[in-house]
Design a protein. Structure first.
Length: 176
């Protein structure tokens, strides 16, 4: 993997989305996956959105993670203009009613134009999904992902131990 050439493009409708979208960036850094990150607004900068979506693949980007809040049209419009897989992150933003507006704007795409939608503010999973997509052609990433999943198991094992200590007489010893 060329460390200087971004493989994942993280875009968001506004810099106010960054506190959420940072979760994806942090995971990509953790896995040493080169990425780029910028603001692209479907509504405020439609031409920039078109340019980004139509040229991302030729620049070497393999997956786009797009986050937006409120009337969140960015992921869907980028998916409409690119052949790359697009992961959409609905964001609870200042112009959201309760987040459902953003979830449904990103989730309910018409047949033919898929957007892999993660949970509200679920940018960490967007980062992980982009790594899993890349891992299909980068065995070292698949190995790292396997270790990551083992760490998840260890964390749960620690929690199980904690509960066992707290409730020694009520612990279900039959489970592993
Ligand atoms: C959306 O509007 C952005 O993705 C952001 O979530 C929301 C609010 O943007 P700002 O008014 O904070 O720039 O397009």
């Amino acid at each position: 993997m060329d460390a200087t050439k971004p493989l994942v493009g993280i875009i968001m409708g506004s810099d106010s989305d960054l506190p959420v979208m940072k979760q994806a960036a942090d995971l990509l850094e953790q896995f040493s996956v080169p990425f780029e990150l910028t603001v692209v607004s479907a509504h405020r900068t439609p031409q920039r959105m078109m340019d980004y979506a139509t040229h991302a693949a030729e620049r070497g980007i393999k997956v786009i993670i797009a986050g937006a809040g409120g009337a969140a049209h960015l992921p869907g419009m980028v998916a409409a203009c690119s052949t790359l897989p697009v992961i959409g992150v609905p964001i609870l933003s200042s112009n959201s009613i309760d987040g459902w507006d953003s979830v449904l704007s990103i989730l309910q795409m018409p047949s033919g134009v898929p957007v892999a939608t993660v949970a509200l503010n679920g940018a960490a999973n967007a980062g992980l999904l982009s790594i899993q997509i890349l891992a299909t052609s980068h065995p070292s990433l698949a190995e790292q992902m396997s270790l990551y999943k083992k760490e998840l198991q260890s964390k749960v094992a620690e929690k199980v131990k904690g509960l066992k200590n707290q409730y020694p007489n009520h612990f279900d010893g039959g489970t592993h």
